[in-house]
Structure formats: C-alpha cells, structure tokens
Design a protein around this ligand. Sequence first.
Ligand SMILES: *Cc1c(COP(=O)(O)O)cnc(C)c1O
Length: 370
Amino acid sequence: MPSASIAAPPDRLLRQEVLALHAYHVPPATGMIKLDAMENPYPLPPSLREEIARLVANAAINRYPDPGAHSLKEKIRAVTGLAQDAAVLLGNGSDELIQLLALAVARPGATLLSVDPSFVMYRMIAAFTGMRYAGVPLAENFALDLPAVLGAIQRHQPALVFLAYPNNPSGNLFDEEAIKQILAAAPGLVVVDEAYYAFARASFIPLLSQYQNLLVMRTFSKLGMAGLRLGFLAGSRIWLEQLEKLRLPYNVGVLTQQVAEKLLQHHDVLLQQAEQIKRDRAWLYERLVGTADVRPYPSEANFILFRAMHADDVFAGLKQRGVLIKNLNGTHSLLADCLRVTVGTPEENERFVAALQESLHTARASFGES
Ligand SMILES: *Cc1c(COP(=O)(O)O)cnc(C)c1O
C-alpha cells in the first residue's frame, strides 16, 4: 500500500484563476474535412518539400538552435519590409508572444484590454498571468465602438491593449482612424495582431515609426506554417529589448528556424496560395449569401463568420456529414447562432456548402418548418 500523501490537492495549491479556466479545447478531426482552425489547406510544391527534406536531414538537431535566430530574423525583415530601426522578437507561435507580453506587464492590478468577441487567448492569457481583463463589446456588425473603447481606456488605464486586425472571429478590419485614436489615448502598449495579414493586406507596420507604444504581431500559422509554430512581434527597440529578456532562450527550434527560412525564401508560393484562398473566400461568401436562413459577414481573413438558423443543429449536422467547422453559438451574446468556417480547397468548400444545405434542410424539417 502506498503511504498517504501529505501533498495538497490541486484546489488547495493552484491559483484561483487557473482553477477557474477551461482548457483550450481542440476537437478531434481525424478523417474530417477540417475547416475549423484557419489552416492553409494546400501542401507545398514537391520541389520545395524535397528541399525541406534535405534541410531536415542535415540539421544539427544535437545542438541548441541559434538563440537569436539571426538568419531567420533577417529573412523576416526582408519579406515584411521592416524599417531598419524596428526590432523583431520571435515566438513559438504568436500565442507565446501574447503570453510573454502579459507576463511582462502583469504588475498587481494591471489590466489587459481588448474587444469582445475577439481572439479568446487574450482573455485566457490575462487569466493565466493574473491580469485583469477588460473586454469592450463590439458594435453592430462587429465594428469597433470607439467611444466605448476610449471610455474603457480612461477607466481601466490598461497596460496592454490587443486588437486583432482583421478580427477573429468576425473577419472584419477595424477602422484605421479609430485604431490611431486608441494608440494616441492608450497609456500602455497597443498590440495590433495581424494574424490574417496575408488575406487582408492592410497593416500597421508602416505606422511603427509614428507610435512608440505600437507593436505589430504576426504569425506564419495562417499562411501555411501552423505546424511549425512561429510568430513575431515588431516594434520599437526600447520595448523589444526589454521584452526579449522574458523570451526563453531556445523558444524557436532548429527545425522551425531552418524550415521557416526556406519557406520565406519562397514567400511567393505562400502568397499565391493566399491569393487562391481569397478568390475561394469570394466564391464561398456568394454561396452563403445565396443560402436561405444563413447570413454571412464580409471577411478580410481566411474564414467566414455566418449566422444560421438552428446553428447548433446545423453544426451537428455538418459534423455528422464529416465537415468540422467552429460553433460560436453561446460563446458571446453578439455571436448568437454564429458559426465560423475556414476557407478550404474548392472541393472542400463545395462539400461544405452541400453539407450545410442538407443540414439546414434536416434542421428545418425537425422543427416542422418545411
Ligand atoms: C490564430 C491566431 C493567433 C495565434 O496564432 P499562432 O501563431 O498559431 O499561435 C493569434 N491571433 C489571432 C487573432 C489568431 O486568430
């Protein structure tokens, strides 16, 4: 018999914020058409895959990676067109950078402010790091409610503001002038999260030199490297050299550094895939507009948010038919009956639309509506 332990159970040892969290849930998707996570559906061209295979075969995985990832950073600077005086900080995905930023500013009582609904990790990471979270509701059609945001900045004096541009899950770009006013009013850092940059081509990077409290965050996940885990933060050296202290020394591995660098050498391939996804987004949007009992919202990202009658049943019907999207119904009052679909390949999109129509039909029938 093992002797009784004197160690405290989790609810005595862990912080209340941690106990109250729900783990970020990733549903199983084996064998499904996976349109739930904003991934690029396209594989790389065979020649590029072979180059990567050679790189991986020769990589010194017995050695620690270059902690400064100098060569990769140079590539990122080049493809991003960053000014020489801007600094770059790399993260193991941009999620890690959100966490690093929060850790850096989480003094007792410090507030992280964002809008709701937006990317859920802002709120979760505020909770992990013991920060207060202020979520300002978006206005109609998911536009920024500027007076409400400015009022909340006044009241909460946030150390950190996150704005996803375009926003996830709504897909729209917030008004640029409104964001400039937020930059001017915020007493702390304002991070413009450009995760979907490749599909929107609107950016605050050209404004970095004008606002010292502006940081622009990007990820390569949505561009076709979700599996590599790489994101970066660009901004003033004054801030980034401080934040750099919190980065764990080898957060971006040898394979990620080398493969990402190779892919950025072929950035055009990824951008062409993004252009294809934008064309398919237009096709998908039109199909959703033409579907009864569905209302899509215009998107500048690689997904489309839409309202559907009987959203829970429609979501379940899609799943039964082998198509996994994201059900947002019940996650926020502005997202009642909302579902979010990632733009897939043309074949995947067609199968989604067919499955959606069948699921709507079944749901109407079970509610006695057809
Ligand atoms: C997907 C997403 C991220 C996270 O990207 P990773 O680099 O994969 O961690 C960050 N911000 C927004 C708005 C996203 O949608």
